[in-house]
Ligand binder design. Structure first.
Ligand code: NAD
Length: 296
C-alpha cells in the first residue's frame, strides 16, 4: 500500500482522506484547522503538523482546498519537498488557469500531476461514490486512477492539463442554467393553473427533460429525494453554484467564448446569494423567481 498525503480536510477532503485510509493506504493528513486534523486521525489518518511534514516520503499527494489561490500557494510550498517521481492530484474546483499553473509547478520539480475535480457533493465524498473529471498526461492519469477509485465510483480522463476543471465548469454551467429554466417553467405553470405534478409528468417524458427536473426537481412532490422536500437544505449550496458559474465566466472571458445564458445564470445566482440564500440549496431559486423573499 502507498504512502499518501492529504491536504485540506474540510467537508469534502475529510471524508475523502478517510476513504483513502480505509482502503489501507498510510495517509498523512493536514488542514489549517486543528479540529479537522483531529477528526482525520479519528478516521484512520496520521496527523501532520504542516503541509510540508505531510508530504515527506509520500508517493501521492492529494489537495482539496477552497479555490485556485490556495492550490497555487500550497503546491508552490510543498512541491520542493515531495519526492521526485511522486504524483500530485488536486481535487479542488478551481479556475483553469490556476489548474495549469499547478501542473507547471509540479513539472518544474519533476512530479507527475493531475487536476481531478469532483461531482457528487459531501454525500458522495462520504460514500466514496464521487465522479472524478481528470486532466493530465496519460501516465499521470494511469497512476492516479487506482487512488481516485478508492474515493469515487467513476473516473474520467478528459484530456491534458486543466481539462478536468474545464469539464467541471462546463457541466455546472449546464446545471445552473437548466435549474433556472426548470424553476421558471414551474413558476409560469403555477400562474397558468398547471399542477406541479402535471408539468412534471409531461416535461419529464418530453423534450424539457433534464437532471434538474427528474433527479432534483425544484418544487416539492414529484421527486421525493430532492432538497425541495427538505426545506431546501443543501444538497449543493447556492454559494458553490455561484462560485462555479463565476469560474465559467472567467474561463469564457479568457478563451473568448460567448456564454450569454451562463452569464444570466451567474447574475441570478449572485442576486439569490446576496438576498441571504448562500447556504440554501441552489434549487431554492424557484422561490426567489416566484418573488418570495424568504426563499424556502
Ligand atoms: P471546505 O471549506 O469545507 O474545506 C476546505 C479546507 O481547506 C478547510 O478545512 C480549510 O481549513 C482548508 N485549507 C485552506 N487553506 C489551507 C492551507 N493552506 N493548508 C491546509 N488546509 C487549508 O470546502 P469543501 O466543501 O471541502 O470544498 C473543497 C473544494 O471542493 C472546493 O474547491 C469546492 O468548490 C469543491 N467542491 C465542493 C463540493 C461540496 O458539495 N462541498 C462539491 C464539489 C466540489
Amino acid at each position: 500500500m502507498a504512502q499518501a498525503a492529504f491536504i485540506g480536510l474540510g467537508n469534502m477532503g475529510g471524508p475523502m482522506a478517510a476513504n483513502l485510509a480505509a482502503a489501507g493506504h498510510r495517509v498523512a493528513a493536514f488542514d489549517l484547522a486543528p479540529a479537522l486534523r483531529a477528526a482525520a486521525v479519528s478516521a484512520g489518518c496520521i496527523g501532520a503538523e504542516s503541509a510540508r511534514a505531510a508530504v515527506a516520503g509520500a508517493d501521492v499527494v492529494v489537495t482539496m482546498l477552497p479555490a485556485g489561490k490556495h492550490v497555487r500557494a500550497v503546491w508552490a510550498e510543498i512541491a520542493p519537498h515531495v519526492k521526485k517521481g511522486a504524483l500530485m492530484i488536486d481535487s479542488s474546483t478551481v479556475d483553469v488557469e490556476s489548474a495549469r499553473a499547478a501542473h507547471a509547478i509540479a513539472a518544474e520539480h519533476g512530479l507527475a500531476s493531475v487536476d481531478a475535480p469532483v461531482s457528487g457533493g459531501v454525500g458522495g465524498a462520504k460514500a466514496g461514490t464521487l465522479t472524478f473529471m481528470c486532466g493530465g498526461a496519460d501516465g499521470a492519469f494511469a497512476a492516479a486512477r487506482p487512488f481516485l477509485e478508492k474515493m469515487g465510483k467513476k473516473v474520467v480522463h478528459c484530456g491534458g492539463a486543466g481539462a478536468g476543471q474545464a469539464a467541471k465548469i462546463c457541466n455546472n454551467m449546464i446545471l445552473g442554467a437548466t435549474m433556472i429554466a426548470t424553476a421558471e417553467a414551474f413558476v409560469l405553470g403555477e400562474k397558468l393553473g398547471l399542477s406541479h405534478q402535471a408539468l412534471f409528468d409531461v416535461a419529464s417524458t418530453s423534450s424539457g427533460q433534464s437532471w434538474s427536473l427528474t433527479s432534483y426537481c425544484p418544487v416539492p412532490g414529484p421527486v421525493p429525494a430532492s432538497p425541495a422536500n427538505n426545506g431546501y437544505k443543501p444538497g449543493f449550496a447556492a454559494a458553490l453554484m455561484l462560485k462555479d458559474l463565476k469560474l465559467a465566466q472567467e474561463a469564457a472571458a479568457a478563451a473568448g467564448a460567448t456564454i450569454p445564458l451562463g452569464g444570466a445564470a451567474a447574475q441570478l445566482y449572485a442576486l439569490f446569494n446576496a438576498a441571504g440564500h448562500a447556504g440554501d440549496d441552489f434549487s431554492g431559486i424557484v422561490n426567489f423567481l416566484r418573488g418570495e423573499a424568504a426563499g424556502g
